[in-house]
Design a protein around this ligand. Structure first.
Ligand SMILES: [Zn+2]
Ligand SMILES: [Zn+2]
Length: 217
């Protein structure tokens, strides 16, 4: 298919493609939220974040996703402090590589691919430049030279895309959820308060060592 963006986990056991990846069919941005950072730190993959703790992301519909290898290695977890939060994180259990984010039900077609697992040249060619950053207040380093992506614009495009997927039935076409029950194919693990605190201590340590003086200015 045209515009296939390929990705794989660090060890290569899990691989897949995102069909029809473009600036028109999705949104590219960098997320600095505390949950994205806690997720990477918890899995021991802070190396996937940029120096200010940002997660390079591309948001589109889950129906564009195909897992070509290692579907049985996919695992899911919830990292928010409140377990009822609907955000679900997916990773490759073989090598603890963060891969995607979705909601915790297949009825929402919202899907985020972590761009750290793609070839930067291919991502740039297909997706174009990032729209900017979101959740600036959680940045773990100096982001004064980065622009903000427009949250209303992101929400508007996300909601219209999701609504279309609901109306035309496209939401069912995802490898991550059972279309009959809407449940994720891997039972989510809820991060414990202790694990979350440990991840946050790791974030604080990194941000004070990398950007302490810059933040104090
Ligand atoms: Zn792997
Ligand atoms: Zn985030």
């Amino acid at each position: 298919m045209a515009n296939d963006l390929v990705f794989q986990c660090r060890c290569g056991s899990v691989a897949g493609v995102l069909h029809d990846a473009s600036a028109r069919t999705g949104l590219r941005y960098v997320c600095h939220c505390d949950d994205c950072q806690a997720y990477a730190h918890h899995l021991g993959r802070a190396d996937m974040l940029d120096p200010a703790g940002g997660t390079a992301a591309y948001q589109t519909n889950a129906s564009r996703l195909r897992i070509t290898r290692g579907l049985d290695k996919l695992a899911s977890m919830k990292v928010a402090k409140l377990a009822m939060r609907p955000a679900l994180r997916w990773y490759a259990a073989c090598c603890s590589t963060p891969l995607f984010a979705t909601f915790d039900t297949g009825q929402r077609s919202f899907f985020v691919l972590l761009l750290a697992n793609t070839d930067p040249k291919q991502a740039d060619a297909l997706l174009g430049p990032s729209l900017g950053i979101v959740w600036r207040k959680f940045a773990a380093g100096d982001v004064s030279d980065r622009k903000d992506a427009s949250i209303p614009a992101i929400l508007w495009r996300m909601l219209t895309r999701e609504m279309n997927a609901r109306l035309n039935g496209d939401w069912r076409n995802t490898p991550l959820f059972d279309p009959a029950t809407g449940k994720p194919i891997a039972v989510p693990y809820q991060i414990t308060p202790e694990e979350r605190a440990k991840a946050e201590a790791s974030i604080a340590k990194l941000s004070s060592s990398s950007a302490g003086p810059a933040r104090a200015r």
